[in-house]
Design a protein around this ligand. Sequence first.
Ligand code: DMJ
Length: 627
Amino acid sequence: MLLLRKLPGMPGWPAALGLRLPQKFLFLLFLSGLLTLCFGALFLLPDSSRFKRLFLPRRAAAGDPDLPRSPPAAAEPRHASPAVPRRLRDRIRAAPRLGAPLTHTAASAGGSRQQVPPGEGGAGERTDAPPAAPRQTRAPFRFDYEAFRRSLRHPVLGRRGSEEPETRARRLKIKEMMKFAWDNYKRYALGKNELRPLTKNGHIGNMFGGLRGATIVDALDTLYIMELGEEFQEAKSWVEKSFDLNVNGEASLFEVNIRYVGGLLAAYYLTGEEVFKSKALELGEKLLPAFNTPTGIPRGVINLGSGMSWSWGWASAGSSILAEFGTLHLEFLHLSELSGNPVFTEKVMNIRKVLNRIEKPQGLYPNFLSPVTGNWVQHHVSIGGLGDSFYEYLIKSWLMSDKRDADAKKMYNDAIEAIEKHLVKKSAGGLTYIAEWRGGILDHKMGHLACFSGGMIALGAEQAVEEKKQHYMDLAAEITHTCHESYARSDTKLGPEAFRFDSGTEAMATRLSERYYILRPEVVESYMYMWRMTHDPKYRQWGWEVVKALEKYCRVEAGFSGIRDVYTTTPNHDNMQQSFFLAETLKYLYLLFCEDDVLSLEDWVFNTEAHPLPVNHTNFKAKASVQ
Ligand code: DMJ
């Protein structure tokens, strides 16, 4: 209407056109109708947002939930896939971003800005996305793979020094076992998650939310390292052609992360093949909604299609599990590293912040934590199942940061000190073991899973204060020795799922339900680390005993199978070739008979599924580029 106001010295529009009063009235009516129509169209037509930005002040447009929050197409992260649902993409975009990738230490100062207000979201409840962060422009990020490769201190597959024929022959034997396990999986179960070697078919299970090919993704890097070129190509081609991420099932956040994300990341870093990187990033994004809880501590189960997440039914009071939410750090840092998107780092740094803030009973970390209140739910502490890889990821975070993540080192040192004070015991027969703790009462039992800790403590010894280095190396050796005893005291020379130190028993299972062996890696994992740290030939000897036992009791016509009772030499097979047998057990055995520069510990950190992730060398950081 302002336009029709008569300006001084100027005739009004209708008068200027020489119209009479009724005509003037009609003309005005027509004009106002036209204006209303045009203005309405701005808001009603689809994709009117561009016009809105022309007319509305900038702040109002940015706050409109219908408007894109990030800069236009050019700034879209390269990995954002059309397959990622728009709502999820928007939620991910809403996360804070910086122009350049965070360094790991810079990230640690940031913490999460994605907290849901306290009081919202109970177990199984879907929580909404947090408020949008301010708009920030960001240049497209390119991970410089060539510069990364130049930053490594050793050739990935080593330099091939001279070696004893026996060592070489043993390594080749393990390579043959891997080929046998792979060939049978390929023949009878390709595309399924695991092979059932007795019935010669595949198993899918319900841990991976509808994802398939767990054995393939878990095996990729082992095939590569063992130079099984043809088999590696078969695996890669399955990932390219058949690995479908658009699934809609309930997945374990932890298992998908350690096996699939870890496996894909390692395959990318080893080969530079883009397909592995883009799948890892796409899958990583699908895991993010699990973190939308009041504390930012993720829930254990997530539907990869809908983003709904909830806690395990068996976890008391809707709690999250220490070993699950504490075993994301390494992979998530690399997801940020490869995408330039700090959201992954922020999620795991927030977990660390919550854990640092909360009071620890006697300095120990209980296994169950409420993602709603951020309080411990039960005082059960274990370095085996439910707790294990949380401790592993603390020390490995420090190593992966090129020894710069001082916070992780401190958390590890404090935790290991408390564990040693309260849980480490010596049996009457002189075996050192790590007991479990239930509200102050000790359970004198060690799970097979806890046997990884020999290797972990050896890795940690390096950073200990001078006067404690040898102490930790001795502790690592004693625990590894105890775990070896659990194998040596069985009839098959394979170890049980759990062994006890009570009622006159030492390092043996006392319950029928704990006598099984499912091709687990933890004991040979410790042998591998102990070998690399000490070069004591007994570790290679012990590893070779495991190889012979696997051949004798677990090898069947169409693959390798777990056994139900390690104390009987007429094995009852469980008909399952676990994917971690190819990812971990065979890889650690193989590395045990390699030179130290094959996947050198100076360059690589193994995730808890034995997928090698590179150390973030300082010389490389300077070369990662933003285009
Ligand atoms: C693997 O998936 C990983 O090592 C995990 O940390 C624990 N369990 C299995 C192997 O036993």
